[in-house]
Design a protein around this ligand. Structure first.
Ligand code: GAR
Length: 190
């Protein structure tokens, strides 16, 4: 089975949805660890409840990004990770991790990329005045929210920001599982 680590910086609602999907047999993979760059990330409390190992490292504690990612990589090796699944990990992936996991890092982003990359994509889309936005799942390359698209789904802008956010998050939780399940089915056929 595919062994994956979830990378998250915050709440972890996508992490929660993916973990539950593995438990319910809707996603054929195993969450072997949760990694966060943020000490206060709520995702770490979620993972403790699931009884999944966690690791937290702060980039500021390292002399360079290479040193930081090397330490992350050591942790991933000990978990014997096949895929990295970014779920609100708000940091660019550098060459150390990209080279160690070529085409094996996946990200989800709350817009129809290439529109509105970066932080606060939902806020950016509403500020622009779009009527339709959405969700993208893609393979990660060196850019910010760039790389080959695996799946996209459109979401209509709702009357309030809160309603639009709720719709987008609901779509994320479903689309991420579907896209990963398809990717890993293809991986198993190789
Ligand atoms: C999600 O909406 C995800 O798409 C976004 O962060 C949120 C994390 O929510 N990621 C990005 O913006 C990446 N550039 P969660 O912590 O509840 O899963």
């Amino acid at each position: 089975t595919i062994r994956f680590a979830i990378f998250a910086s915050g709440n972890g609602s996508n992490a929660e949805a993916l973990y539950q999907a593995t438990k319910e047999g809707h996603l054929h993979g195993e969450v072997v660890g949760v990694f966060s760059d943020k000490e206060e990330a709520f995702v770490l409390e979620r993972a403790a409840k699931w009884d999944v190992p966690t690791a937290q490292l702060s980039p500021k504690a390292f002399a360079s990004k290479v040193d930081y990612e090397q330490a992350v990589l050591d942790q991933l090796r000990s978990w014997q990770v096949d895929f990295l699944v970014l779920a609100g990990y708000m940091r660019l992936i550098g060459p150390t991790l990209l080279n160690a996991f070529p085409n094996k890092i996946v990200n989800i982003h709350p817009s129809l990329l290439p529109a509105f990359p970066g932080k606060d994509a939902i806020g950016q889309a509403l500020a622009y005045g779009v009527q339709v936005t959405g969700v993208t799942v893609h393979l990660v390359d060196a850019g910010m929210d760039t790389g080959p698209i695996l799946a996209q789904r459109a979401v209509e802008v709702q009357a309030t920001l809160e309603q639009t956010e709720a719709c987008i998050h609901a779509v994320e939780h479903e689309l991420y599982r579907e896209a990963l399940d398809q990717l890993w089915n293809e991986e198993r056929m190789k």
